[in-house]
Design a protein around this ligand. Structure first.
Ligand code: HPA
Ligand code: ZN
Length: 338
């Protein structure tokens, strides 16, 4: 099964590029940019990655991002991640970036996006991965800051597929950004939003009804509202679930408590993703393996999760079909017992 998962064609739809910063690269960039880190060694950084909730992670994650200063830094970060995807058979990537994490420190929007974009173009060709970029607004900041970010993005509109919403959920409901998302939609962006990770099921309703989110990032707390679960199933609204993130941030204490298997069996369009792999101790394949083992998922269920990843993507119908054909071909030629 491990081998089957490793070679199965997959899509990744919930990945924060800043969350792929491995401690080794953090140290190398700190040295290059003459930045003092509050850690003496790579081991000390890894030891600090013990989280009690979302905020305890975000504090360390925003601190780590401070080593990213130059366009080359964003390029190197993105390139290093694409290299990791190649050996995991991830064929399509939709990744988030958080401009405000950088513009608030005086790094220009153009520096951030040019570095990420050129690595996606060059690395995508080199490693055979297609990609789409989603710009996230930090929900702990105010509406004006999000509106400024939307303005900064204007010259790069053609490089950005959609907008999203991330950072600390508690006390920052989707409704705070309704006007920002209205404007983004007018400008042709696809809309997604983190909701129902730590926040209540009502935040998922708000993301759907007020922000017109086409996909919900996380969304696992939907199961607190049966009417919402029915709606997600009937409308086939994708949830980009991140199992190892959820256990690292104590949304679930153990993987065996995770609801992804149940939601899948109830017919929801759930997908498997890695969120911030450098911080949560696992790449995409590790996420598939962890839920397979803890929830006793069948081969058919694993394949369905991988199919859902392509179905839930922002690829065209033709592009989706060609990835799904490759997936079917793989399944036909790699039978697994179980
Ligand atoms: N939730 C909210 N904000 C984030 C996350 C997340 O899982 N990862 C990076 N920023
Ligand atoms: Zn996330």
């Amino acid at each position: 099964m491990k081998n089957f998962i490793a070679n199965l064609p997959k899509a990744e739809l919930h990945l924060h590029i800043e969350g792929t910063l491995e401690p080794e690269l953090m140290f190398a960039l700190a040295k290059r940019n003459h930045i003092e880190l509050p850690y003496a060694s790579v081991e000390e950084v890894r030891a600090a990655y013990r989280f009690s909730d979302l905020q305890s992670f975000l504090d360390i994650y925003y601190q780590g991002a401070q080593v990213l200063i130059e366009e080359q830094d964003f390029y190197d970060l993105t390139w290093a991640y694409l290299e990791k995807l190649a050996y995991q058979e991830v064929r399509h990537l939709e990744l988030f970036f958080d401009p405000q994490t950088h513009t608030d420190r005086g790094v220009a929007f153009s520096t951030v996006i040019k570095g990420i974009h050129s690595a996606l173009v060059e690395g995508g060709k080199r490693f055979g991965v297609s990609s789409k970029l989603i710009m996230c607004f930090l929900r702990h900041l105010d509406e004006d800051s999000a509106l400024d970010t939307l303005e900064h993005a204007k010259p790069y509109r053609q490089w950005i597929e959609g907008v999203g919403l991330d950072s600390g959920e508690a006390g920052n409901p989707p409704e705070k950004f309704q006007r920002v998302f209205d404007l983004a939609r007018e400008q042709g962006y696809r809309c997604v939003a983190h909701a129902g990770e730590e926040g209540p099921a009502d935040y998922i309703w708000q993301a759907l009804k007020l922000l017109h989110a086409e996909r919900i990032d996380h969304g696992v707390r939907c199961d607190e509202d049966p009417a919402l679960v029915d709606h997600l199933r009937e409308q086939q609204i994708p949830l980009t679930v991140c199992p190892l993130s959820n256990t690292a941030l104590k949304v679930y204490q153990t993987m065996s408590e995770h609801n992804i298997g149940r939601l899948l069996r109830e017919g929801l369009l759930v997908t498997v993703n890695s969120d911030d792999p450098a911080y949560f101790g696992g790449q995409l394949n590790d996420n598939y393996e962890a839920i397979q083992a803890a929830l006793d998922l069948s081969v058919g269920e694993i394949v369905q999760l991988a199919r859902n990843g392509f179905e839930a993507s922002f690829l065209s119908a033709e592009e989706k079909q060609s990835y799904l054909d490759a997936l079917d071909e793989y399944v036909l030629t790699h039978p697994v017992a179980g």
